[in-house]
Design a protein around this ligand. Structure first.
Ligand code: FES
Length: 220
């Protein structure tokens, strides 16, 4: 139990005075202590340990590195593309596309191979060899003068008929029906040791009166 003291009024007054004076003396110390507590760590008065600072990152350096990497990759791709293009061009130079066509001059065959009145088609050269009953031989183009299809010979009608748009040609090569604008061309023809030689590089057109030229036919 708390012990009770009976003091005289004078004694109580004296003790109160001492207590007041003591409070006044201690007031600056308490104030200083309170301010010290309020100080932030790192400002000199704090007791707490300073937080470990995170390492600083140089953002500008990071961006520059990324930019250099992008440039490097872009440059590498561009270089690879250029090399591929160059290689393709080199290949094309080394192995050019060549369209192999048969020579224009060829041996059609022995004259005895061609029967009078029976047109003979040489498929490789798209050329008709025609020997008429009266002894004339000529070489005629197998390419329609409309759009280049190959007319077929119809023996029953004694005419050439184009399967594409219906143009018709006489045995002589003259056009007479359909959209073909002109007669079939004839080629230079010659006879060497009984062999018929045709040269497609030399052409004779009916419209120019060239079928009369001696190189455009043979008489046997
Ligand atoms: S190609 Fe022969 S008629 Fe059209």
């Amino acid at each position: 139990m708390a012990q009770r003291y009976n003091f005289s009024p004078d004694e109580v007054q004296r003790r109160a005075k001492l207590s007041s004076e003591l409070k006044k003396k201690l007031a600056p110390l308490r104030k200083a202590k309170t301010e010290d507590k309020k100080k932030k760590p790192g400002e000199g008065g704090g007791k707490k340990k300073e937080a470990k600072a995170a390492p600083k990152v140089d953002l500008a350096a990071v961006r520059a590195a990324k930019r250099d990497r992008r440039h490097f990759i872009g440059g590498t791709l561009a270089f690879s593309g250029a090399m591929a293009f160059t290689a393709g061009g080199t290949n094309r130079f080394m192995f050019p596309r060549i369209l192999f066509e048969p020579p224009t001059k060829f041996e059609a065959g022995s004259i005895d191979d061609f029967l009078p009145g029976v047109p003979h088609f040489i498929k490789e050269y798209k050329t008709w060899i025609i020997r008429t009953i009266d002894g004339t031989i000529y070489a005629m183009s197998g390419r329609c003068t409309h759009l280049g299809c190959t007319p077929a010979f119809l023996a029953s009608e004694q005419k050439f008929k184009c399967p594409c748009h219906g143009s018709g040609f006489r045995v002589s090569g003259l056009n007479f029906e359909g959209p073909a604008p002109r007669a079939l061309e004839r080629f230079q023809i010659s006879l060497v040791s009984g062999v018929i030689i045709v040269d497609k590089a030399k052409m004779f057109l009916y419209e120019k009166g060239e079928w009369e030229k001696p190189e455009s036919f043979l008489i046997v």
